[in-house]
Write a protein that binds this ligand. Structure first.
Ligand code: ADP
Ligand code: SF4
Length: 689
């Protein structure tokens, strides 16, 4: 079953007093659920256990109330009453022989304490460093504070043990954990024995680990997650210093967990970072210590994983996103089903659950965070109900996911696609700069559909309502997508922009179809996700003189939630794109556009030869409305249902479309829920007084 080349990935490994059954190590990752949705988060980890991971971690767990990272929702272990909810997670992790890990975080200079209202404590008195630039500063810890914090770590370790965890990861990476704050000369400017030399800056980590070993070390393993390079300039904890630190403290933790720079550096999207992007930073570290090493790099290829082990870079293959996109990744490798791996596309939508305090979503795995809420399993789906056949119209992410779910349930499925190439928007967007990996959304689903005997795929088949009625399918799934509007309607303008027709105005669809603007191009971005930045990049690549104009204060504003915003800005600047922020588009004239300040009446003229309009999209729902208009004919045609899903219902990111497709497939022949909530949730129990 298993290809012997991959045997090495399944060798058991020692971590301190424990043995991991294989080298698949799910590093801590956020999910949006956290303490607000503990059962949903626990069930999600349980699915990973079933999927074969050897080590599974929680997300960051705030271990004391004097340091929390509101508004972001992670886990909390402040007192005994927090134990049951995290114990539920530990139990779920251990169901299939995985080791259960908890990541303890004291956020220090990263914790604004908006909920607890405590004064933040950090090695040095500096402003809190968060995504949200909170107007709060930390007080420098005195010796009593340090003593207290050591005790709080021991208390948290004991509670972690009571909750049933096997490993504790001490967070000192991504700028988020106090261990890094002590190690870095940027955040530790102390003059006492905890500051100055590397030896002194290491003292806090050494003391805490020694205390914790005394308390729980014979049964639990202690790991330390450190930054491979702080990437904040000269004062930061550099890669050379990390190596000195590890050499100096070679036997300090039971395992070294290595993670690059800031979270943005570490979880780089595929647009900016390749698989195994951290290799050069990790290379050679394993030789500095007898302890095993885990590292990450959006690993989805078992061959790359094997190379990481064989070349001595890593002992464990650390994965967050690949374990979200496919919780069954280890099992699929083990069972020789490489082609069934649902590869992460590196879009970072999974991070937006945390960043928006919403709920985690994954573009590739629509069941993520719905394991408990909706009872969705990533690999299992109920057998079909009474009816038999489904016609899916449109082969974008929504249509393909709907078709795959329905086909797996046993329905006879046909997919009709107007274009010659299947895949909908991803078939086109994958050709844009940096978005090649997004094509995996279509590749995975098309491959799976082609393995099934009950599916027929019909490219180059634009359907009309009359044809749909003639075909005789019982369920009609209209997933016909959307197109970009050229009239500028989005947020600044809710009605069309005044435009002189002599000015060429192109949409992203035009550019994806091969049309190219020439000369001086204004890309107007009132969409604020990736497309505006990508269009500017594409036009600059083609030699245009590009100005990106946006009413927002940031380029590709929403991509702050996918950790790409700074990288996009940097890339555009490097390509010579002129960026005009806080400025809208008032009117389009011949040879120029009129701009307007987002805050004042200030107007200006910007000469240009073409406009690329990245505004909003219009649903392609005409076929659905045609079918609805002929509802009287449905019964004769044998039609039981006609549904509109994905971008055709309401345009949104790709993850919304795969979710809609999956939901559609699960709902076929299911009882109508009426007015009931379509998912379970946890409601806070009222205190007795
Ligand atoms: P989503 O993101 O919702 O899946 P996409 O835009 O990616 O939407 O995909 C919709 C697909 O539907 C496109 O490839 C489009 O060509 C196709 N399509 C639109 N109208 C029809 C039609 N009448 N018949 C067949 N296919 C259609
Ligand atoms: Fe990968 Fe995107 Fe899924 Fe995150 S949301 S796991 S980046 S496919």
């Amino acid at each position: 079953m298993r290809d012997p080349r991959y045997d090495i990935l399944f060798q058991s490994q020692q971590i301190g007093p424990l043995t991991a059954k294989n080298r698949f190590y799910q590093v801590p990752h956020c999910n949006g659920g956290g303490y607000r949705d503990p059962s949903a988060a626990a069930a999600m980890r349980g699915i990973k256990a079933e999927g074969g991971w050897g080590v599974i971690f929680t997300e960051q767990t705030e271990m004391h109330h004097t340091s929390e990272i509101t508004p972001f929702i992670e886990l909390r272990l402040w007192e005994d009453q927090d134990i049951p909810s995290i114990a539920k997670m530990a139990e779920a992790m251990k169901t299939h022989g995985a080791l259960a890990g908890i990541q303890l975080a004291y956020s220090g200079i990263n914790g604004p304490n908006m909920y607890t209202k405590e004064v933040p404590l950090a090695p040095s008195a500096l402003p809190i460093r968060t995504f949200t630039n909170d107007p709060v500063q930390a007080r420098a810890m005195d010796k009593t504070d340090i003593k207290n914090l050591r005790r709080w770590f021991v208390n948290a370790a004991r509670r972690s043990q009571m909750a049933g965890f096997d490993l504790i990861c001490l967070y000192g990476a991504h700028g988020f954990g106090i261990f890094q704050h002590f190690l870095s000369r940027a955040t530790n400017q102390r003059a006492d024995e905890y500051g100055g030399s590397l030896e002194n800056r290491s003292r806090f980590a050494r003391e805490v680990i020694a205390d914790m070993r005394d308390a729980v070390g014979d049964k639990m393993a202690l790991t330390l997650r450190v930054s491979l390079d702080e990437t904040i300039g000269d004062l930061g904890f550099s890669n050379a210093e990390v190596r000195d630190f590890i050499a100096m403290n070679a036997e300090l933790p039971d395992l070294w967990d290595l993670a690059m720079g800031t979270w943005e550096d570490c979880s780089g999207p595929s647009r900016f970072k390749e698989e195994a992007a951290q290799e050069a930073w990790v290379q050679g570290i394993r030789e500095l210590s007898p302890r095993p090493v885990v590292g990450v790099g959006r690993f989805t290829s078992p061959d790359v994983m094997v190379r990481m082990i064989r070349q001595g870079r890593l002992d464990f293959i650390g994965c967050a996103r690949p374990s979200i996109a496919d919780p069954f990744l280890p099992r699929k490798i083990d069972e020789g089903r490489i082609e069934d791996i649902r590869e992460c596309i590196g879009c970072n939508i999974c991070i937006t659950g945390d960043m928006t305090q919403g709920m985690g979503r994954c573009t590739q795995n629509p069941t993520w965070m719905e394991e408990w809420r909706r009872g969705w399993h990533p690999e299992k789906i109920a057998a079909k109900g009474e009816s038999d056949s489904v016609l899916v119209i449109g082969s974008g992410p929504a249509g393909l996911e709907a078709a795959l779910g329905a086909a797996r349930r046993g329905y006879r499925v046909a997919v009709a696609e107007a274009r010659e190439v299947l895949g909908g928007r991803v078939a086109r967007e994958r050709a844009l700069p940096g978005l090649a990996a997004w094509g995996r959304v279509a590749d995975y689903r098309l491959y799976q559909l082609r393995q099934l005997g009950n599916v027929a795929l019909y490219p180059a088949s634009p359907l009309t309502a009359g044809e749909v009625l003639d075909f005789g399918f019982q369920h009609i799934c209209v997933a016909t997508g959307s197109h970009w509007r050229a009239d500028g309607v989005a947020r600044q303008h809710v009605t069309p922009i005044s435009a002189d027709t002599t000015m060429p105005v192109l949409t992203p669809d035009d550019l994806m179809q091969g049309r190219r603007p020439k000369g001086r191009v204004v890309v107007f971005d009132d969409d604020h996700y990736y497309m505006g930045g990508v269009m500017a990049e594409l036009c600059a690549q083609q030699g245009c003189e590009v100005t990106l104009l946006t009413p927002s204060a940031f380029v590709s504003d929403w991509t702050a939630n996918t950790l790409e915003q700074a990288a996009i800005h940097r890339r555009l600047v490097a390509m010579g794109v002129k960026i005009i922020l806080n400025t809208g588009l008032a009117a389009i004239h011949t040879g120029a556009v009129e701009t307007c300040c987002s805050y004042t009446d200030l107007r200006a003229q910007l000469d240009c030869d073409a406009v690329v309009m990245v505004a909003s999209r219009r649903s392609e729902d005409a076929l659905f409305h045609d079918l609805q208009a002929r509802q009287a004919d449905w019964a004769d045609a044998g039609i039981l249902s006609v549904k509109l899903i994905g971008d055709a219902a309401a345009p949104a990111p790709i993850a919304w479309a795969t979710f809609a497709g999956h939901r559609y497939a699960r709902a076929l022949d299911a009882p109508d829920l009426g007015d009931a909530l379509p998912f379970r949730r946890e409601v806070t129990a009222l205190a007795s007084d």
